[in-house]
Design a protein around this ligand. Structure first.
Ligand code: SF4
Ligand code: SF4
Length: 476
């Protein structure tokens, strides 16, 4: 369901680049021109007309400036006025996703549809297998009566011609916690009480109607000030930019960061502490312990499966540990976590050590706007490189691998189990694990299938990025 490269995502990225360019050019009015420049009157429109496209682009630019549709009190407020407000912001408080209502297509309710591949065959397995008698044959073709259909999908499984397809509402379908639903107009809304900020819906919507509020302008503003600004690079940075880790570090310094830290170093410490915690808990009689480094999972536990809360590790995440290291040596520094994850914004909001969170997509836009080509940067020297185990946190199974490394020379009873991706089924299994156990005593949970390399803020195809990470791990 996730779409790493499509036209809607490209448009969202282009808006980020244009907003960052406006920042560097210091031409405030340039920001007002973004919708017009992207959809000139003579150009093609993606909707009914260029004027609607421009209106949607205005809301995209607002999101790139950190504002949601909900923040609009007067439609006449111009983008440069939002830009000025963004520059006056000293901290970020509102991190909820925003639905650009006029961009939402109000897709029809998820349903099964019979396509014209239907041959009206003699077997009619769709009809005979339907438990609700919802299929009729009209003019030689099968038709589903939506009033009777209970969405079981048995007709789709039964048809030998694959004539039945599921037509989903992509954002609703992907949300693991049913936080996305329709309002009275058919457009989607997000229930913030249920949302775990995993960000999956932002990439699932083919109209890119769901957007995150960016912190890019805030970080660009801090980079111009005197306070030191430290970038904390998530392990999943490998493969996100053309160039190696050492070149990415130089690119960040050119952008204005005073120092760049590998969060994989914090991950090494997380692994040490988590291994010790696991040993202590199991020895004192706990059935199992789950990881705690994925903030979307932690939010899911808090909001949806509190019964498993007592099994979740108390060890801080690699981001929290890395930010603590930075604060020890540089108490006044502004700390910026850069990774693939939108849920990290929730974790950062609860931490006094992390000031801002950027996605790789936002960093990519900043580099393009600043004219910095990672491949042309010289390689920086990493004084204290992270261990392979910490760098491996970027993929599913990486935390487990790091814990196993901790016990490599010791007798242990580690029985790992992994939840690679948090969907509705996995949530149910975790809920049941609280009373029935889960077949292991160390449970790694990653909300994104494949791990953070597949997070919603990545730039690269996760499989390609994972191959590059594996090559680096062999050398670490
Ligand atoms: S961010 Fe995740 S939990 Fe929140 S609405 Fe989107 S898919 Fe659902
Ligand atoms: S798996 Fe990684 S990127 Fe995805 S929500 Fe969890 S921490 Fe964030």
């Amino acid at each position: 369901m996730k779409q790493y490269d499509n036209q809607a995502n490209r448009i969202r990225k282009e808006v980020l680049v244009r907003v960052a360019r406006a920042f560097f050019s210091e031409e405030l009015r340039a920001i007002d021109r973004i919708p017009i420049d992207m959809r000139p009157r003579s150009g093609e429109s993606s909707r009914c007309c260029v004027y609607k496209d421009r209106e949607v682009l205005k809301y995209r630019a607002m999101a790139a400036l950190g504002f949601g549709v909900e923040d609009e009190t007067d439609e006449l407020t111009s983008l440069h006025e939002y830009y000025e407000k963004a520059q006056q912001r000293t901290c970020v408080k509102d991190i909820g996703l925003t639905v650009i209502d006029i961009a939402c297509h109000a897709c029809q309710k998820s349903r099964y549809v019979i396509t014209d591949t239907c041959r009206g065959c003699l077997g009619r397995a769709c009809q005979t297998n339907c438990p609700k008698d919802a299929i009729e044959i009209v003019n030689g073709r099968a038709v589903i009566d939506s009033g009777k259909c209970v969405d079981c999908g048995l007709c789709m499984k039964a048809c030998p011609y694959n004539a039945v397809v599921r037509s989903p509402v992509p954002c609703e379908e992907i949300c693991p916690v049913n936080a996305v639903s329709k309002d009275e107009t058919g457009r989607e809304i997000i229930d913030q009480e249920k949302c775990i900020s995993c960000g999956q819906c932002t990439r699932a919507c083919p109209f890119a109607a769901i957007q995150e509020r960016s912190q890019m302008i805030d970080v660009l503003g801090r980079l111009k000030e005197d306070r030191p600004v430290v970038a904390m690079l998530a392990p999943s940075v490998i493969g996100q930019f053309p160039g190696n880790l050492e070149q990415i570090i130089t690119a960040l310094r050119r952008l204005g960061f005073d120092a760049v830290e590998e969060v994989a170093t914090g991950a090494d410490e997380t692994a040490r502490r988590e291994a010790a915690e696991w040993k202590e808990r199991i020895e004192s009689g706990d059935a199992f312990m789950t990881t705690s480094c994925c903030p979307a999972y932690v939010e899911a536990v808090r909001k949806h499966i509190p019964e498993i809360g007592k099994f979740v590790s108390h060890t801080p995440s690699p981001m929290a540990i890395s930010a603590g290291f930075v604060r020890e040596t540089s108490p006044d520094a502004v700390t910026v976590f850069i990774g693939p994850c939108m849920a990290k914004r929730v974790e950062a909001l609860q931490s006094s050590d992390v000031d801002y969170v950027l996605t790789f997509e936002e960093l990519g836009a900043m580099l393009i706007a600043a004219g910095i080509d990672v491949q042309e940067c010289e390689a920086a020297v990493i004084d204290e490189p992270a261990e392979a185990a910490g760098r491996g946190f970027a993929v599913s199974g990486g935390v487990t691998g790091a814990i196993q490394t901790q016990f490599a020379d010791q007798e242990n009873n580690l029985q790992p189990v992994g939840f690679d991706g948090l969907d509705k089924k996995a949530l149910l299994q975790l809920k049941m694990a609280a009373t029935r156990g889960c077949g292991g005593n160390f449970v790694e949970v990653m909300c994104c299938e494949g791990g953070c390399m597949s997070g919603p803020g990545v730039l690269s195809n996760p499989k390609t990025a994972a191959r590059q990470l594996n090559a680096l791990l062999k050398d670490s």
